[in-house]
Design a protein. Structure first.
Length: 148
C-alpha cells in the first residue's frame, strides 16, 4: 500500500482520538485538535526517521510547515499588534529550522548568521518604533498582511 492512504487513515484516527480526548476535558482542555494531530504526526515521523526507518522527509517538512503556519496564526491572534512587526523574521526563521531539521545542512551557518542579523535589524526597528521616521516603517511592516 502507498504511503498516502496509510497517512490519511492514521492521521484521521489520531485526529478523532485527540478530538475525543478534548471532549473528555469538559471545557478545561482548550487546544486545536488539527494542530495537535499535525504536531504529533510529524513528531512521530521525525522520531521514526531518526531511528532509521525509511520516512520521506518531504512529508515531515510539509507537516512541520503546517505547524509553523498554525503557530504563526496563534501568535498573531494573541500577541499585541506592535509585536506583529516580527511576522517575517518568525516565518523565515521557522522555515530555515524545518529545512535544517529534515536533513539539509548546506548553507546552515550562513543562514543562521543572516537570521541573527535579521532579528537584530527587526529588533532595532521595534525598539525605535516611537521615532517618526521609524514609526512609518513599523506601520508598513505591521500592515503587510492586513492591507491587501
Amino acid at each position: 500500500m502507498s504511503i498516502l492512504p496509510v497517512f490519511i487513515l492514521a492521521t484521521t484516527a489520531i485526529f478523532l482520538t485527540v478530538l475525543f480526548a478534548r471532549s473528555l476535558g469538559s471545557g478545561r482542555l482548550k487546544f486545536c485538535a488539527v494542530c495537535v494531530t499535525v504536531s504529533l504526526t510529524w513528531l512521530f515521523l521525525l522520531t521514526a526517521r531518526l531511528l532509521g526507518y525509511a520516512v520521506n522527509p518531504i512529508l515531515i517538512g510539509v507537516l512541520m510547515g503546517e505547524s509553523v503556519v498554525g503557530l504563526y496564526y496563534l501568535i498573531e491572534k494573541k500577541a499585541p499588534v506592535a509585536w506583529q512587526i516580527f511576522r517575517w523574521p518568525y516565518i523565515i526563521t521557522m522555515t530555515v529550522m524545518v529545512y535544517l531539521i529534515v536533513g539539509v545542512r548546506s548553507g546552515a551557518w550562513q543562514a543562521i548568521l543572516l537570521l541573527i542579523l535579521m532579528w537584530i535589524i527587526w529588533g532595532s526597528v521595534f525598539a525605535l518604533r516611537k521615532f517618526p521616521s521609524i514609526k512609518k516603517i513599523t506601520q508598513r511592516l505591521i500592515a503587510c498582511c492586513r492591507d491587501w
